[in-house]
Write a protein that binds this ligand. Structure first.
Ligand code: MN
Length: 290
């Protein structure tokens, strides 16, 4: 068996903040040294743990039109549903188990609201949004959109659990997401007593979010909402659940390039950030109604 990856630190959940009025998220990367530069190619992880929303007639619970440039936004719905519209004319609803993989590239406007049917009914809402950096050569790529439905995910059944492959590959099963750099993004569900081995290349950055359950990770006990950050050293990640558990694995080959960021723009240089702000103000990201 591969040498176990060394755990750098286990972080408890940072205080939640609201993104618009629809997403009570914990911004895990804000709590780790190095912030958005530490876990390249991943720039941000906003996790909304299960939260009960009251029914409402408000069809705009969430965030209105805003821009992005230079990276990808990946939205995973676990419970509840998110409606999405963008300035390219794309729209859709992200239902539980679905993933929306949006390549902002050269620039896009989008809005992210609770799906109207879900908002009217109310209920439990759980989601994650991950920002994935683009290599410099692809930052100004044409904006694109992958609506990845639950039935197209790669699934590996385990004796007491399952690995859902969103991106990358696990035991020969590939995930549906197209990516610009090598990434493994898996959702892992284990029953009490279940375990999983998650081999990860030594050159890759890696982290695990424990969304539910009590799990031992490379021998270290963790609990719900813990975030486990690995050093690159070692290759083996071994997870053992002592209660029913749900985890998110983010791992990938680092993009070894400078990061310049300002709000919704992530580029390589301050001059490119200035250009992004200029282009956004000049209306080059298109138009999108509230
Ligand atoms: Mn956004």
């Amino acid at each position: 068996m591969a040498t176990e990856k060394v755990i750098e630190a286990v972080y408890g959940p940072p205080a939640p903040h609201w993104v618009g009025d629809g997403f009570p998220v914990r911004g895990y990367f804000s709590a780790i040294p190095g912030g958005m530069r530490r876990l390249s190619p991943f720039l941000l992880l906003d996790y909304a743990q299960p939260f009960e929303f009251e029914p409402t007639d408000n069809e705009r619970r969430g965030v209105g039109p805003h821009p992005h440039r230079g990276f990808e936004t990946v939205t995973i719905a676990f419970q509840g549903a998110v409606a999405h519209h963008d300035s390219m004319g794309n729209s859709g609803v992200i239902h539980p188990g679905d993933v929306q993989w949006m390549t902002a590239g050269s620039g896009i406007l989008h809005r992210e609201y609770h799906d109207a049917a879900f908002a009217r009914k109310g209920g439990n809402f759980q989601m994650a949004q991950i920002w994935v950096n683009l290599p410099a050569a692809h930052k100004m790529t044409e904006p694109a959109y992958q609506a990845i439905t639950a039935d197209t995910m790669g699934v590996v059944e385990l004796p007491k659990g399952r690995v859902t492959v969103i991106a990358g590959e696990y035991r020969g099963v590939k995930g549906p997401a197209r990516t610009f750099s090598p990434i493994n993004m898996f959702e892992i569900r284990l029953q009490a007593g279940g375990s999983a081995e998650l081999p990860t290349p030594e050159a890759w950055n890696a982290a695990l979010l424990v969304m539910a359950g009590k799990v031992s990770i490379n021998g270290r006990e963790t609990k719900e909402n813990d975030f486990v950050l690995f050093k690159r050293q070692g290759e083996g990640i071994n997870v053992k659940a002592t209660s029913d558990a749900q985890l998110l694995l983010l791992s990938g080959e680092p993009i070894d390039e400078p990061v310049a960021n300002y709000g919704p723009f992530v580029m390589n240089t301050p001059a490119e950030i200035e250009q992004a702000i200029h282009d956004f103000r000049a209306g080059k990201f298109g138009h999108l109604d509230e």
